[in-house]
Design a protein around this ligand. Structure first.
Ligand code: SF4
Length: 272
């Protein structure tokens, strides 16, 4: 086939975030043999949770096909510097733009492409939608009517539910600012070195902007140093909530039936 003809062929791409829905979608479509020419990619910021990397490797081995790692070619610290040391936040999400979306746009280029998105039939949210007219979204779970429980059934019968869901509600960077306070405490217990790193980043930024009235913090209104000093109270609050709910189920069962999907507020290229 001539190079010019090859480039005209529509590409089929599926982004693996390390989260449950994109993994289940990749498995679902593979099981049905629906898109044999599928290209899988993982937009790697270089600062993802270690469990995310292991899950992507596990999935890759199940799929029997490479998941292409995309990256910006620069580390987080470079991008932080390029953004004048301002920590990314929900309202200033340069991290997704620089470390996930731009590498993805580059990967697709001007090719005609269909991007497969794991939004389910029981939720209302948008996935990554390229503004470029050459990229068209496709939502197989919606068209096939698959809901939350179906996604977990797919995972449980194949690669399993990613273990980090036991203590964290989404995949993505270890310092993701979408984390709840108890998840930060979870990070400090499971990956103390990463928690320390996140704290150092925050402190470094604030040494630089010591004249700011409101310091830059990962968590709204509270530094990680303050948060960790309050760790016992945060854990107690979260345990109390669980006790109040008197829920004897395992974390997997609770996760499966949870109607509030915390991932809703995150960027989907990060955690779908
Ligand atoms: S996971 Fe969080 S910190 Fe990482 S790129 Fe996405 S929004 Fe930003």
């Amino acid at each position: 086939m001539l190079a010019a003809e090859k480039s005209k062929k529509t590409r089929h791409v599926l982004g693996i975030s390390g989260g449950k829905d994109s993994a289940a979608l990749a498995i679902y479509l593979k099981q049905q043999g629906r898109v044999p020419e599928m290209e899988y990619f993982f937009a790697d910021t270089g600062v993802e949770l270690p469990e995310v990397y292991s899950f992507v490797e596990k999935l890759e081995s199940w799929l029997g096909q490479p998941i292409v790692r995309l990256g910006s070619g620069k580390d987080f610290y470079h991008h932080l510097e390029m953004h004048e040391g301002m920590l990314p936040q929900a309202t200033r999400r340069w991290c997704t733009q620089e470390m996930k979306l731009k590498p993805l746009e580059k990967f697709i280029g001007d090719d005609e492409a269909i991007t497969y998105i794991g939004i389910r039939a029981d939720e209302f949210r948008d996935g990554y939608l390229s503004l470029k007219s050459n990229v068209k979204p496709c939502y197989p779970f919606i068209t096939d009517g698959l809901v939350r429980r179906d996604i977990f059934d797919i995972l449980r019968s194949t690669v399993g539910i990613p273990e980090y869901y036991e203590w964290r509600s989404r995949s993505g960077c270890f310092f993701c600012f979408f984390q709840r306070r108890d998840e930060w405490v979870g990070l400090s217990e499971r990956h103390p070195e990463l928690f320390q790193k996140a704290m150092e980043i925050e402190e470094g930024v604030n040494r630089r902007f010591s004249n700011l009235k409101k310091p830059y913090t990962w968590v709204r209104g509270m530094s990680l140093k303050e948060l960790i000093a309050d760790a016992e109270a945060i854990k107690e609050k979260s345990a109390l909530r669980k006790a109040r709910e008197k829920d004897p189920r395992s974390w997997q069962e609770i996760l499966i039936s949870d109607r509030q999907d915390d991932e809703n507020q995150a960027c989907l290229v990060c955690s779908l």
